[in-house]
Design a protein around this ligand. Structure first.
Ligand SMILES: [Zn+2]
Length: 300
């Protein structure tokens, strides 16, 4: 069965000249994967306000949707507010939510966006408006499908919003392995944080991940949300680490194989990637899904 991935043309929005966010990566990722029979693509539905409010302050949700955020709130998010940003944000959360429901039924699914882990309960930050992973976890729980979930966040930036949202929740294991000196400067406390020094490369990274991952599975999560950011690549403008594409493939394989071996449903979101030019980032995101498809094909 092909691996179902959720995508939307709404992910790409116009930004002011000189804006640093690599908006073209979404379409390029979709194009990189299209034509591969191991994948099937479905349009991301738009998340509803009710779904988003599973993880967020209703006032914050409403003010964002209506364009009523303060200048400071908008600045912290890092995108100018627009109706297109609203649509992009709803499609992004909706894609992860659809992938969550699909993964619950069929073991694995992914969104060609998402992993917006800097979004807190009542505010956005770092290009993240709503926390799609938190919404996905709480939707599964609300539907009575799971009690315990884990987040494996391997983006180079700490999953600070996710950590804060689940700070007091004993049933969600937040795992974040990230650059110690990278954004956000003020870290939150995940259930397990693994800070990395600048310049860490493949061998050291994989050794540390192999040592740390068992704690995630010892928690016995009933669903896993994988934030597979590729800003760990050495080509990344923001990353400060030094992974190669082979290193990212080995990383993804380690996480996904462990999920599949234990038959734990896994939802894949892309997270960050800021190589300039953007090609290595797109290749990194694409390889995450190819790795998932390759392992799945050995798991009937
Ligand atoms: Zn990142």
């Amino acid at each position: 069965m092909p691996l179902r991935l959720f995508y939307s043309d709404l992910y790409t929005i116009p930004l002011p000249p000189g804006h640093k966010f690599p908006m073209p990566k979404y379409r390029a990722l979709r194009e990189a994967l299209s034509g591969d029979p191991r994948f099937e693509f479905q349009p991301s539905p738009l998340a509803s306000a009710d779904e988003i409010e599973l993880a967020h302050d209703p006032s914050y949700v409403r003010r964002f949707l209506e364009g009523q955020l303060t200048v400071a709130e908008i600045r912290r998010i890092g995108f100018p507010w627009s109706e297109a940003l609203v649509q992009r944000t709803l499609a992004s959360a909706g894609g992860t939510l659809a992938a969550t429901r699909r993964a619950w039924e069929f073991g694995c699914s992914g969104a060609l966006a998402g992993g917006t882990h800097h979004a807190f309960y009542a505010e956005g930050s770092g290009f993240c408006v709503f926390n799609d992973i938190a919404i996905g976890i709480l939707a599964l729980r609300e539907a009575g499908k799971i009690q315990r979930a884990a987040v494996v966040d391997l983006d180079v930036h700490q999953g600070d919003g996710t950590a804060a949202i689940f700070n007091d929740d004993p049933d969600v294991f937040t795992f974040s392995m990230h650059g110690e000196r990278n954004f956000p400067l003020r870290k939150q406390r995940s259930r397990r944080d693994v800070p990395l020094a600048d310049g860490v490369g493949d061998d050291e990274y994989l050794r540390i991940l192999e040592r740390e991952l068992p704690a995630v599975f010892a928690f016995e999560p009933e669903a896993i949300f994988y934030q597979a950011g590729v800003d760990v690549l050495r080509t990344d403008r923001l990353g400060r680490l030094a992974l190669t594409h082979a290193g990212v493939r080995a990383r993804d394989a380690m996480v996904l194989q462990a999920c599949f071996d234990r038959r734990i449903p896994v939802v894949i979101t892309i997270g960050g990637g800021y190589s300039d030019p953007i090609e290595p980032t797109v290749e990194g995101h694409a390889s995450t899904f190819r790795t998932a498809a390759a392992i799945l094909s050995n798991h009937p």
